[in-house]
Design a protein around this ligand. Structure first.
Ligand code: C5P
Length: 215
């Protein structure tokens, strides 16, 4: 994944044509497009391949399963053209290691240590540093840490060295792109603020400009 605007679009738009129009409008600005179950369930897994012709695609499937099932999901996503897959870290080292081994030479694995919504503080935040250390040992490319709580980005940065941090929660969930990058994130992930706007290209450009002010 290139490291230019440091902006990743979370394309949770469920209308296939609208999703492709938005991808076309912002693919020159964003460094990657992240897709999640809403778009895959409405438009089919072939969207992974279609979008991969426009941008790097990160499949945010938050895989949380036994190693064999993790292998099947990661293999299926990368086989359709994804560049990376997001997995949960709480499933433990064998599942995370299986994801990393399956992706080896074909793509990257990012692990969620802590969710960005308020409920993320209940169970994930208190365990996030320990989960991140397991992820480092398993060889993940990076971690998902919340832009809604920049102090938590800084805390995760302390335990993961120079591995990447991708940070969702900007815009609709209240987080700020520049604050997340300043706290140690490599990329911010932005969904509704871009794909629900009247001018996704302009909003993406404005966020990229904001990020540039703190680089
Ligand atoms: O629309 P919004 O910008 O809030 O979208 C954020 C995206 O990032 C969604 O796809 C959401 O599922 C995902 N995400 C998140 N918080 C996490 C992990 C992923 O918001 N901790």
């Amino acid at each position: 994944m290139r490291k230019s605007s440091r902006l990743i679009l979370a394309l949770d738009e469920t209308d296939r044509e609208k999703a492709l129009d938005i991808a076309d409008a912002v693919s020159g600005t964003v460094d990657a497009i992240k897709i999640n179950w809403p778009l895959v369930l409405s438009a089919g897994p072939e969207m992974i391949t279609e979008l991969s012709r426009r941008s790097d695609v990160i499949c945010d499937f938050k895989v949380a399963d036994i190693p064999n099932t993790v292998h099947l999901i990661v293999d299926g996503a990368l086989g359709r053209g994804a560049s990376a897959v997001i997995v949960h870290s709480f499933t433990g080292s064998d599942s995370m290691k299986e994801a990393v081994d399956t992706a080896a030479g074909r793509g990257n694995i990012y692990a969620v240590t802590e969710m960005s919504h308020p409920g993320g503080k209940e169970f994930t935040a208190p365990n996030a540093e320990a989960l991140a250390l397991v992820g480092v040992r398993c060889g993940v490319k990076g971690f998902i840490a919340p832009a809604t709580r920049p102090d938590r980005i800084a805390a995760i940065r302390k335990v993961i060295g120079d591995r990447e941090i991708l940070s969702p929660g900007v815009g609709a969930q209240g987080g700020s792109a520049s604050a997340a990058i300043s706290a140690g994130a490599d990329y911010v992930i932005v969904g509704r603020a871009i794909y629900k706007s009247d001018d996704p290209s302009k909003v993406a450009g404005d966020i990229a400009d904001e990020i540039r002010t703190v680089l």
